[in-house]
Write a protein that binds this ligand. Structure first.
Ligand code: BDP
Length: 697
């Protein structure tokens, strides 16, 4: 067990009674197919069932016996067309599916159907998931349709195969051997994504390289698109705004210049000649040194619309990122995206989505939701989560991110009154948008187990599942993934689910408790460095974010400070702007709080900070114990990997705790409460630590 099979291991069903019942209910398979997607569906069923049931389920072309599983669309299979399921199928939409028991020609059958082949494939994966997770064969219809239209992975992969913020090896795209050599990984990748409903992939880094738009590379992109197509996955690329200059020989990239517009039109025509179902572009512009329309005194809307117009004839879309901040906004980086984009609401073409990170700063371990959600009713906003754990322990920490995603999705923006949650803003239901999307910055590399940490696979899994259905709970997702990835044993599941569900809270506690943020190492973002104050841009310094001084700590974002809170609806703002009603998990995010401030626990702020750091670090020891207790249920290889990684995490937690408390104590001037074992190293020791081994940025 090296993790290569992800959640598609299909081990024999351990419960023999259950296996016998599955065998009884799946006596034959019928997948009348005439296209590549349904061929994949048949293959997946044959492969999955033979391994799970340990018997060869016969494939049949005609219905001969009871308990036949039939997968297909009504268009392709007359039997399904006669099954009287058109009404049910309406609810499945373009990509959804239906699993329904039916008597057909006097025989008991289980139908897996959809309006499209990809819907059927999703249904097949769902059916296999039921068996993998030891669920009964459905006796009632299951109808499922995705709540979000674009369910995507954003790869931050460079053409030289390094991965920005990647902690699982090099890029899986081998540009050197493409287009001729099709690595089995590309197929496995498509299959894994299809199994969780992901239908789009951006192959390249947002810090873009125009070379990918040259013919030699487009041939390679085409080869990948051809592999992904039958799995329902469209390919997207990042468009470097200055490409017309860099590879087109123009003197400008001004979006209102005719030659520039003409160049993009031609380029897009060329792309579609290679890839007729090319998805579109993802663009990072005027952000962290990337070129963009503002270089020509044009707006983000001018830039996005120029591309949108050129790509519209092909039904392509433009995903424009809202992650912007600049040095001339020194007061509060938190505010800039809102300030830049809200005035542009209503100015974007219908085929533009604005992709917004979950929070206003940057993928912190915990952030309040981004104030843009709910603030641009005329523009479809797409969610950007980060699967790669840039700020959450990178490749060494066990952190299940579904609770973080859910916390954002369930936040109420109040944009159209109570209940206007972020989830409903992005699924388009609050403002009636046709386009909707959710992306995860991929955590995939060429490591044998794809994601580095064995548990990091769960974050990829969670993104797909939540993009399909954001009402699923973190617990459901964790349990599904654990059952498929490790074991259906209840004793195992009970402890392992808890381990996963608590993991994100724990890392918040020992790294950025009570609303602290961005106090990690500069550049690589690994480990603590709250003392850093020498970066030339103010907002690159941790001291900018925690603002510790002799009176207290925290960023005042109320009216007496940066007033970023004014960007939220009154109902949200009121709760957070009052230091006494502000949720303590966001306290230092929004307030500069005195060291002796009385917290809900009865402790003062300094004592609470100590409590959080110490408790967080102790809980990592608890995670180690929990994992140790799971030894009987886990294969030796993955057991040893997680054990070693938890040991590293334990060291990291202690490092965070000691470094931060020693540093913040120089401001609070208060002692560590007597019952805590003091750090065995000095602040100077932690400050001088150099990390030549820190994963690069
Ligand atoms: C930050 C990363 C940086 C990315 C940037 C982005 O540190 O590497 O390029 O986000 O999202 O989190 O554009």
């Amino acid at each position: 067990e090296n993790g290569d099979d992800l959640w598609l291991r299909y081990p024999p069903v351990a419960d023999k009674m259950l296996q016998a019942s599955y065998r009884y209910h799946v006596s034959a398979l019928m997948v009348p197919s005439s296209d590549a997607t349904l061929n994949i569906a048949r293959q997946e069923l044959l492969n999955g069932l033979s391994r799970l049931l340990q018997t060869q389920v016969p494939a049949t072309a005609t219905l001969r016996q009871d308990e036949t599983v039939i997968a297909g669309t009504a268009q392709q299979c007359p039997l399904i067309a006669q099954a009287n399921i058109a009404g049910l199928l309406k609810a499945a939409g373009n990509e959804g599916f239906m699993i329904v028991p039916k008597i057909l020609q006097g025989k008991r059958c289980l139908l897996i159907s959809g309006n499209t082949s990809i819907g059927v494939l999703y249904g097949v994966f769902h059916f296999l998931r039921l068996l993998q997770t030891a669920q009964p064969i459905p006796v009632q219809p299951i109808i499922s349709a995705p709540k979000i239209q674009l369910r995507m992975l954003d790869h931050w992969d460079n053409l030289n195969r390094t991965v920005e913020r990647g902690y699982a090896g090099f890029s899986i795209w081998n540009w050197h051997t493409l287009p001729t050599y099709i690595d089995q990984r590309y197929i496995d990748y498509a299959r894994a994504n299809a199994s969780i409903g992901i239908n789009g992939t951006v192959l390249t880094n947002v810090n873009a390289n125009a070379t990918v738009l040259t013919p030699a590379y487009l041939e390679k992109v085409k080869a990948l698109a051809d592999v992904f197509r039958p799995y329902g996955i469209r390919v997207y690329l990042t468009a470097r705004f200055s490409a017309p200059m860099e590879i087109g020989g123009l003197a400008t990239a001004d979006p209102l210049n005719d030659s520039v517009r003409g160049w993009w039109k031609e380029k897009i025509k060329e792309i579609y000649s290679y890839i007729p179902d090319f998805g579109g572009f993802l663009v990072k512009a005027n952000s962290e040194g990337q070129p963009g329309p503002q270089d020509y005194h044009r707006t983000h809307a001018d830039g996005a619309n120029m591309l949108a117009d050129a790509i519209a004839p092909y039904k392509g879309i433009v995903i424009w990122r809202a992650f912007v901040y600049s040095h001339d906004n020194p007061i509060d980086r938190h505010k800039q995206a809102y300030d830049d984009f809200v005035p542009l609401d209503g100015q974007f073409r219908p085929n533009v989505l604005l992709q917004v990170k979950n929070g206003a700063i940057d993928f912190m371990p915990r952030e309040p939701f981004h104030p843009l959600f709910g603030a641009m009713p005329k523009t479809p906003l797409m969610m950007e989560f980060q699967l790669t754990q840039e700020y959450l322990g990178q490749g060494t920490s066990l952190v299940f991110l579904a609770p973080l995603f859910k916390e954002t999705l369930e936040s109420d923006t109040y944009s159209k009154g109570a209940g206007s949650t972020v989830a409903k803003v992005i699924d388009g239901s609050v403002d009636q948008h046709m386009l909707s999307g959710m992306a995860g910055v991929a955590n995939i590399g060429n490591d044998i187990n794809w994601c580095g940490h064995p548990f990091a696979q769960a974050n990829w899994y969670a993104l797909g599942r939540l993009a399909w259905d954001h009402t699923l709970s973190s617990e459901q997702i964790a349990e599904e993934w654990l059952r498929m990835t490790f074991s259906n044993e209840l004793t195992f599941l009970k402890s392992a689910t808890r381990l996963m569900l608590e993991s994100r809270d724990i890392i918040v506690q020992y790294s950025n408790p009570i609303g602290l943020h961005h106090i990690m190492g500069t550049g690589h973002h690994y480990g603590p460095a709250p003392w850093v104050n020498n970066q030339h841009r103010p907002e690159w310094n941790p001291v900018y974010y925690h603002k510790a001084d002799s009176t207290g700590i925290g960023f005042d974002r109320t009216a007496t400070g940066s007033n970023a809170l004014a960007q939220y609806q009154p109902a949200v703002r009121r709760q957070w702007e009052d230091i006494h009603t502000c949720d303590e998990k966001y306290l230092l995010w929004f307030h500069h709080v005195q060291w002796r401030f009385r917290m809900k626990s009865g402790r003062n702020l300094w004592e609470e900070l100590c409590y959080q750091y110490y408790t967080g670090a102790d809980r990592v020891t608890g995670m180690q114990h929990t994992w140790e207790s799971l030894r009987p249920f886990v294969d030796p290889q993955r057991f040893a990997q997680v054990t070693m990684l938890l040991k590293i995490q334990q060291q990291e937690a202690t490092w965070w705790r000691n470094a931060c408390l020693l540093y913040f104590r120089t401001f609070s001037h208060m002692p560590l409460p007597a019952d805590y074992t003091p750090p065995d190293k000095t602040l100077e020791y932690y400050k001088q630590l150099q990390f030549p081994f820190a994963p690069g940025n």
